[in-house]
Unconditional design. Structure first.
Length: 79
């Protein structure tokens, strides 16, 4: 985790729905750090073995890559 994340303030995870609404959930610092570690460690085997087909596995991989990127830019970049 980055030096910039020092407080115990909750992290807000927000997703825009197709209807234009927003759904949010609060994560603790520990949950956010654990999520960052998980998306760093998960790999093609998990994507491919849990997807309906290879196309879906590629889409899940792309989504996880984007989540990892935003976590990194937010100061959660596990080493």
């Amino acid at each position: 985790m980055s030096e910039t994340q020092e407080t115990n303030d909750p992290i807000t995870l927000t997703i825009a729905t197709p209807a234009g609404a927003y759904e949010s959930e609060f994560l603790t610092q520990a949950e956010t750090s654990a999520l960052a570690q998980f998306v760093k460690r998960v790999g093609w085997f998990e994507f491919n073995s849990h997807a309906a087909n290879e196309d879906e596995a590629h889409l899940v991989k792309q989504a996880v890559d984007k989540l990892q990127d935003v976590l990194s830019r937010s100061g959660y970049d596990p080493q």
